[in-house]
Structures are given as structure tokens and as C-alpha cells.
Design a protein around this ligand. Structure first.
Ligand SMILES: [Ca+2]
Ligand SMILES: [Ca+2]
Ligand SMILES: [Ca+2]
Length: 453
């Protein structure tokens, strides 16, 4: 090689000294090579044209040296994008002349990455965004390593919060910014079952037929929200059977995910007896205190939806006249109880008001004292109206106010003036006086007769 250089050096010198009308130029000093291409196809593109005295020299001994010591092949890597500079030297051996030129090899990539679909659609659960689709595609590029290829997702057309099929766009970008655009279908699905949950203890009253079992539960779904009204009641409840009855419930969400639930409904008597008072207040004589419970019982009707044998409690403490509130409690077999208040008025027993008096004609009596003396129950008496002619036989009416147990009442008192009683006495006196007088006359006559004889 040293020898060749030496010859070239001498030759150059020669030609320059011999022929001043010689010239040369290079063709294809810039070579663009798509990445991955075979370099052999480009090696011979750059050519040196030697023109001597106006004619192109065709030297059969022309040889090229590419790169120093022909290192061209190891210098340019067509698999790696970039610009490579190589010095070419053309040796026109027949003329003992050589020319050197810098040749530029541009290894370029203008091919976008390729995409192979492994699936024709991507499924994603409701509400879950797609952030990576690499598991669904195979990405290749002519120059950029797979892990360096960007996969950029545009899911603006996907509604993750609504079940459905949407188109997801994405593009692949290599290191040279070459892009390829693609789309793939996205299926937003729901495979989460709805939930049925108890909201209150399921108790139905015995005999109640307008029960609403759905009042005891809620049905909630991740997609459909509250779908309580979609709960299907499979079994039927018998409200006339006491105890727990398992009732099967079924709920489907809009994606037909099914949930089954057993509602253990307890049928029990939760209604207390009804107490109906015939009268809100009863009046009882104090002498009837021993049968007060009977009196209260007579005044009320107690009924229950289930039990006939109702326990009745009466709460009172009564031992004297007055108005009392009696609490009545009715309890059925299931300990449901109802209360009612009854007013009880305990009054004094009725008394005989002695209101008829007889007097002798001419007799003058204090009427008030007389009434009080004949009615020991009374506290006081006030004569309100009185017109009695004590000297005239007849029946007179007197109006009085009398006070008893702190209560004032009005009453009519009748006073009879007796005539006959007074007349007879007078007659007896007259007869008696006449008899005594006559006896004295007879006595005097016999005395006189005895003296005279
Ligand atoms: Ca590429
Ligand atoms: Ca669901
Ligand atoms: Ca009951």
C-alpha cells in the first residue's frame, strides 16, 4: 500500500507538470440510503470523472480506495441512521494520477413503525381507562428498537363511564418522528354484579297484606346506581303464618349480571290491642268502689288482630270522692301494649233530702233550724224564698239553698200548716172548762141543799 501511495504521489506530480488542460469531477458525492438497505448497492455510486484535453478518460486501470485502507464497509452502518463521511480516492493508474473526495452517506429512516393487531378489540371494565395497548399489538420499525417506539393513545372518543363500543385512536412514532396512525375498537363492559343490602329488619305484621318487601332492601349497581325497583321477588310471603319466611330476591343489572338474595322476613304481631272507651268519663258512687274495675270494664271494648286473651292492667289508687285518671293498659301475647286514659268521677251516694214538714196552725218555727235538724248531711241552709201564713192552714212552698260537701244546691221545701189539730184542742179545753164549771155548779147546789135541810 505504501508503494501505491508513493506511485500516486509521483504520478500526480507528473500529470500536474505535464498537462495543465486536465480536469476532474466526482459524481454522487452525497448518497442517501434508506436504513436497512444493503450497502453493497451504494458502494460504487460515487464516481470520479477524469477529463483530459476535453475528453473523458476511460482508464481500464482505474481503481478506487474507499476509506483509508478500504475501511468503508466498517465505517458506514446502514442499519443505524446517521451521516457518514468517507474519503474516496480514484487511482487512474494508466495516467499515474489520483483524486480524493469526501463522500457523504446519509442513512435515513422515513418509514413509520408498523402495527400488527393481536386482537380486533380491547375490553375494559366500566370506569377503567386504557393506558397501554401494547399487549394487543406487535410494533415493528425499520430502525427504531421496539422499546423506543412510542405508542401514543388518543381515547377522547371513549366513554369509560358508559357501556358500549368505541374507537380508540393511537399512533406509533419512531425515533425519527415517523408516525403511523391506527384505530382499534374498545368495548367498555360491566361484569360486576349488583348488590342487594338490607336497610331495615324485615318484619311484616301478622295479617298485613299491603306489605312492601322492597322497603327492607336496596339494590345498588356500579353502573346503574340504585335499581331497587328492578328487584324481582321470587317467593310469596304468607302474612298469616307467624315466624320467619325466606323470600328469594333476584336482581339483574343492565349488563345482565345476576345477584340472588334471601330475605328472611319475620311475620309477627306488632300491633297492640285497640281500647275503645264507650264514654271518656264514668261516674261511680263511692259505695261502688269495690266494683270499680267492673264498672271500668263495662265502659270499654278491647280487641286485637290476633289474640283473644288480652291482659288488661288498670292503674289507679282511689279511696275517696274525687275525679281520677285511670290508666288502662292492654297487652297481647306478643307484648304489644296499648294505653288509654279513662276519667272516673267518684261521687257521694245519693241522700234523702227531708223536705216535708207539718206544723200546727199558729205555731212559729225557725225553718232553717228545722231543716238542718232533719237533714244531718247538710252543712248549711239558706232560705231564699218563703211565704208562710202560720195562722192559716195550707201547704206552702219554700225555696232554699243547701250546702253539702262544699256544693250548693237549690231545693223546694213544703210546709203544711195543720188546722184540725189546733181546733180540737180548743174544743177539748172548752169542754174541759165547761165540765169543771158544771161540776162546780152541781157541787155548790148539793152543798146548799144539805145546809138547808
Ligand atoms: Ca422507521
Ligand atoms: Ca354492574
Ligand atoms: Ca296484636
Amino acid at each position: 500500500m505504501f508503494l501505491i501511495h508513493l506511485i500516486i504521489l509521483i504520478s500526480c506530480f507528473n500529470i500536474q507538470s505535464k498537462a495543465n488542460n486536465a480536469t476532474y469531477y466526482w459524481e454522487n458525492t452525497v448518497i442517501n440510503i434508506a436504513v436497512g438497505s444493503d450497502l453493497e448497492d451504494f458502494i460504487e455510486k460515487p464516481k470520479c470523472i477524469y477529463v483530459l484535453n476535453g475528453s473523458i478518460v476511460n482508464d481500464k486501470n482505474l481503481q478506487y480506495e474507499r476509506g483509508s485502507n478500504d475501511t468503508f464497509l466498517s465505517t458506514v452502518n446502514t442499519n443505524v441512521v446517521g451521516q457518514y463521511k468517507v474519503y474516496y480516492t480514484a487511482y487512474f493508474f494508466s495516467y499515474g494520477i489520483s483524486f480524493t473526495e469526501e463522500i457523504i452517506f446519509n442513512v435515513y429512516d422515513n418509514e413509520a413503525p408498523q402495527c400488527i393487531f393481536l386482537k380486533n378489540e380491547i375490553k375494559t371494565p366500566y370506569g377503567v381507562n386504557i393506558t397501554d395497548i401494547r399487549s394487543c399489538i406487535i410494533v415493528t420499525d425499520n430502525s427504531t428498537p421496539i422499546d423506543k417506539i412510542k405508542v401514543i393513545i388518543d381515547d377522547s372518543a371513549v366513554n369509560y363511564n358508559q357501556i358500549g363500543t368505541y374507537q380508540l385512536a393511537f399512533y406509533l412514532e419512531d425515533l425519527e418522528k415517523n408516525r403511523s396512525y391506527h384505530t382499534i375498537n374498545v368495548v367498555v363492559y360491566d361484569d360486576i354484579k349488583p348488590v342487594i343490602a338490607l336497610v331495615k329488619e324485615p318484619i311484616v305484621n301478622y295479617g298485613e297484606y299491603q306489605y312492601k318487601l322492597l322497603d327492607f332492601v336496596v339494590g345498588i349497581d356500579n353502573v346503574d346506581d340504585d335499581i331497587t325497583d328492578k328487584i324481582e321477588i321470587i317467593d310469596e310471603l304468607n302474612p298469616f303464618v307467624l315466624g320467619i319466611q325466606p323470600i328469594k330476591l333476584r336482581l339483574l343489572d343492565s349488563s345482565n349480571n345476576e345477584t340472588l338474595f334471601t330475605l328472611n322476613v319475620k311475620v309477627e304481631d306488632v300491633v297492640g290491642p285497640t281500647i275503645t272507651l264507650k264514654k271518656p268519663k264514668i261516674i261511680v258512687l263511692i259505695s261502688e268502689l269495690s266494683i270499680l274495675a267492673e264498672k271500668i270494664n263495662e265502659n270499654m271494648v278491647i280487641e286485637d288482630n290476633l289474640d283473644n286473651d288480652i291482659e288488661i292492667i288498670m292503674e289507679y289508687e282511689i279511696d275517696k270522692i274525687g275525679i281520677y285518671s285511670v290508666k288502662i293498659i292492654a297487652i297481647d301475647d306478643n307484648h304489644n301494649q296499648t294505653e288509654a286514659i279513662l276519667e272516673v268521677d267518684i261521687i257521694e251516694d245519693a241522700f234523702e233530702f227531708n223536705n216535708y214538714f207539718t206544723f200546727k196552725k199558729g205555731e212559729k218555727i225557725d225553718l232553717k233550724t228545722c231543716i238542718l235538724d232533719n237533714n244531718h248531711d247538710l252543712d248549711d241552709v239558706v232560705v231564699v224564698y218563703s211565704f208562710i201564713d202560720w195562722n192559716k192552714a195550707g201547704i206552702y212552698q219554700v225555696i232554699v239553698n243547701y250546702k253539702r260537701n262544699d256544693q250548693t244546691e237549690i231545693a223546694v221545701v213544703e210546709v203544711e200548716i195543720l188546722e184540725s189539730q189546733i181546733k180540737n184542742e180548743t174544743i177539748y179545753i172548752i169542754i174541759g172548762v165547761a165540765f169543771v164549771g158544771l161540776s162546780l155548779i152541781i157541787y155548790k147546789y148539793f152543798i146548799k141543799k144539805r145546809i138547808n135541810s
